[in-house]
Design a protein around this ligand. Structure first.
Ligand SMILES: [Ca+2]
Ligand SMILES: [Ca+2]
Length: 416
């Protein structure tokens, strides 16, 4: 995996004392207190209380404020407490003047050793619930996500908070998450709120995690012959991981069902956000890139090593189709990583004309340095990316039919 540690730390502010972090205040550590409390088991079997805000050191100090969150502190007004003596009071102000696109986000770490709870292992987690009181007169929109290594987020779910108490339910499908993320080491649960003129005041209490006793088994990956990813199998919408380094330019990926923009069945729709002036142009040495990956965990299941570079009749290629719905040519870059996270090949000369399907085909013989560890035979993440600087419009591109294709040695058409 590429290391993406910088990520959220850049905009992290930490709870300290009893109140906190005004707009623009930033910190970088994720400290926790040193007092301990008993494991928060409740009466329902396999239910574990993660945060009830009764113990400041275990329930409030570990919280991480992201994207200029606003205020978060402990509340003892019983009108806004769901259980026990305390809840968490939140005012997700964000910082529109700083950066209007960033949703104020509160992170609840899942490494709760001080509570005696190993919640970071979500392999047997089925859902998480939270009680949230909305003190505003209007509905509040909220998104929850799980955060993994390097700040990659997944399991995004949208919620609407009505005025008064709300029970928020977050479903977790470990088999799907396990296709692309380390589900044995989930870093945290994120609550992100929509920016508004006047930030609502919200109260949270009783974040409870539910587990199944059924042991985790990885999802079985089924593929047709020569298939890498067609986007026609249900699990395949979960094998794509957007790059998260530049928060305002994270590609929006989704499955497309419009046959006009698919080679066959469904395709991958990728919304690329254009440079709004944040990045300079004209100096390629300082260009920045973003993109998306076929995840390492998935590519290891594809077993590219089953394909030869060539045989008596054919040479073999890594191929896919891409449609550029933008108004000008789009250049793409591909970095091929091995299972150890090292780049063994970069392809940088892919140019996709506007308004056409383009087949990209790279001979497997170019994706190898001869040893199994530095070739497609030990394939990990495949990262398709582009320059942010030179993309001067929002652009949609579609991808389909990642396959190993064969080219007859005697010449002639490439065959799937
Ligand atoms: Ca409580
Ligand atoms: Ca397809």
């Amino acid at each position: 995996m590429k290391t993406k540690k910088w990520l959220s730390l850049l905009l992290t502010a930490v709870l300290s004392g009893t109140a906190l972090a005004a707009c623009g205040t930033q910190g970088t550590s994720e400290s926790a207190g040193d007092s301990s409390s008993a494991s928060g088991e409740v009466s329902t079997p396999n239910a574990v209380v993660l945060y009830d805000f009764e113990d400041y050191a275990t329930d409030v100090e570990p919280l991480v404020l992201l994207n200029y969150f606003g205020k978060a502190d402990r509340n003892s007004d019983k009108a806004y407490v769901h259980g026990g003596e305390y809840s968490l009071r939140m005012v997700p102000e964000g910082c529109p003047s700083e950066n209007s696109a960033l949703a104020p986000t509160l992170k609840f770490p899942l490494d709760l050793q001080k509570k005696g709870v190993d919640a970071a292992d979500v392999s047997q987690t089925t859902r998480i619930s939270a009680q949230i009181y909305n003190a505003a007169d209007e509905e509040v929109t909220m998104q929850t996500q799980l955060q993994f290594f390097g700040g990659d987020t997944a399991n995004a779910q949208s919620h609407t908070l009505a005025p008064g108490w709300n029970t928020v339910l977050i479903s977790v499908d470990a088999q799907i998450l396990g296709l692309s993320y380390d589900i044995f080491d989930c870093k945290g649960l994120l609550f992100a709120f929509g920016l508004s003129e006047e930030a609502p005041t919200l109260y949270m209490d009783d974040i409870i995690l539910y587990r199944t006793e059924t042991p985790y088994t990885p999802m079985e990956i089924t593929l047709d012959e020569y298939e890498i990813c067609s986007f026609d199998k249900l699990y395949q919408q979960y094998v794509i991981v957007p790059y998260n380094r530049f928060e305002n330019y994270i590609p929006e990926v989704s499955l497309n069902t419009d046959v006009a923009y698919a080679r066959n069945g469904r395709s991958l729709r990728v919304m690329m956000l254009g440079n709004d002036g944040s990045f300079q142009t004209g100096n390629s040495s300082s260009y920045s890139y973003t993109g998306f990956s076929l995840s390492a965990g998935f590519m290891e299941e594809v077993h590219m090593e089953q394909y030869p570079e060539e045989d008596d009749e054919y040479t073999y290629n890594f191929s896919f189709w891409v449609y550029n719905a933008g108004s000008s040519q789009q250049r793409l870059f591909i970095h091929f990583y091995n299972a150890d996270g090292d780049v063994y090949k970069s392809v940088t000369d892919i140019y996709v004309p506007a308004g056409e399907w383009e087949e990209v085909s790279i001979p497997l013989s170019e994706l190898t340095a001869g040893t199994s560890n530095t070739s497609y035979r030990n394939s990990g993440e495949i990262y398709i990316n582009w320059e942010i600087n030179t993309l001067l419009e929002d652009r949609v591109m579609y991808y389909d039919e990642f396959y190993v294709t064969r080219t007859p040695k005697s010449g002639g058409d490439t065959q799937a």
